[in-house]
Ligand binder design. Sequence first.
Ligand code: ADP
Length: 605
Amino acid sequence: MRLKRLWPGKRTFGYVAVLAASYFLALFAGWTAIGAQIDDYFYDFLLRLNPPAPIHSRGVIVALDDASFAEGGVRQERTILAQTLERVAAAKPKAVAVDIILHDRQDRAEDDRLAGALRQIPNLVLATDKSRDGWEDPRPEFLHTGVALGHAIADQSHRDGVTRAIPLEQIGFRQRRWAIALEAFKFAKGVPDPQESPADVRVGDTLIPAPGQGQRQLRIRYAPGALQIPAGDLGKPQVAAQLKDKVVFVGITSLSFTRDRVTPPDGIQLSGVEVHLQAFETMERGQFLTDASHITEIVGCALVVALAGCIFAFLEGWPAYLLGALLLFGTHATPYLAFRSGTVLPYVTLLASAWLSVAAAASYQSFVVRRQLRKSETERTRYRQAIHFVTHEMRSPLTAIQGSSELISRYAMNDEKRRQIATMINSESKRLARMIQTFLDVERLSDGQMELKREPFSVNELVDSCAVRVRPLADRKSIRLTVEAPVEGELVGDRELMEYAVYNLLTNAVKYSPAETEVHVSSHSEGDLLRLSVRDQGMGMDAKELKQIFQRFYRTKRAEASGEVGTGIGLSIVEQIVTHHGGRMEVTSAPGKGSCFTVVLPQKV
Ligand code: ADP
């Protein structure tokens, strides 16, 4: 496995930015209403997948069902309740929670009987509800010392109508009421009132994790098989005997009379009292489910994104993809494992941050790799073309030198001829040396390895010496080379490089022009600037070609077709030389009409 070098600045910044964007997008996705709804569905799925362990519950429901109301109907509710409670009390339960609001006065005799029944129950919890005007507490005659009041809200107006949790407490009108399930649990354990801390509620030795003072929630672990006895059956002694030492939840289960129908995650409706019994059993079981805090969510997701980022920053190829896949698998498994140990993790944010960051990191990596491939490809082409340049451009002086030296050694010749040949060998080898020098200088200049010479030289002389060298080429093609009246200007810089540049422009003008045309050199001052132009009447270029001519090794199709040899490197060198002298190139051209190359340079003042 090969480790990558860390990327340098700009690319690292881009990479981090892409990862940060996927992180915030994931958090945003999880915190939208749709995200929260998906989290809920996933929670329901996990809940079904992990049913709670069966226990010997002490909770029993005494149900006021349809049969109980068969005779008296709802008008006799208090009498029916009183009779039921008398029978319950006789069975000596541990505690009784009545999930019926006894707030309003009804028939005097009925109420008296009910009050009498309630007095016989020692550990009694009565239901109360918070309305707009205040608490709907039971009438004073139903309260005796030791009676606990608990709120009976079971249906927690959740966005999709499914009750996954009940509020453990309700606060209002300067009172705080625990849920009747919690009050009943307190009696079942025989301990004093619940004690609270910011993170939990303690009942005896049971610690219920429920953070968020004022809005504590209890997630219910619904379990099938709760014991439910119809109130009407309590007349039978063997049935009533089942209530001994139990915690009895008395409530209305009759579909026609009950106030609250609750939908648990499995969709099979329950009455409020059944939900309270389930809440009670959840507390008895002691295996609580708590929501992971926002901090855990934010840090956890950041960790996932950072991991994805590191994987694709330090590894490449299949090891990176393998680890990326493992990370995805891990983030899918984590909510499940966390659920089993009692923590409800946000599903959408976690998964979205894993998927988005892995996808972003992987595509960024493949993008970078592809770019690197392209870069090495162009470097290879450049190298090949550089070799091409060396072989092409250098071959002609070399051939001349070779041929001439052979002439001298093979044939006897007079002194005059020998001197001519020697001069030619000398000038050709100098040209060769200059060519190599220029090539190397420009390479080193562009690498920043070399400082430019700074000597003053005259523009006139520069143009003249170039014209002298080009004239024979122009003559051969019957091209007129005209140099306009000279400018008395001086430049500062590397004369040899500058001569190479101007010479190159002139040879190009001659090379890419047909016979019987004119190449015109002109120069004039413009403030501190000197403009030196080479205008021809040659093949010209179109706008698209113009954009590329300064690229190394670029040649126009027209130039290739003309049969003129070239490497496409000259102009790139010219541009580099001019820019290193603090100047710029300007070109105008039209296909078939000709071109004008202008060097704009700062003058020596
Ligand atoms: P070379 O002449 O060796 O091909 P250059 O870098 O000097 O390389 O020029 C690049 C290309 O620009 C040429 O191949 C040619 O297509 C185009 N070009 C340069 N000068 C002229 C000109 N005066 N007229 C038309 N095309 C030109």
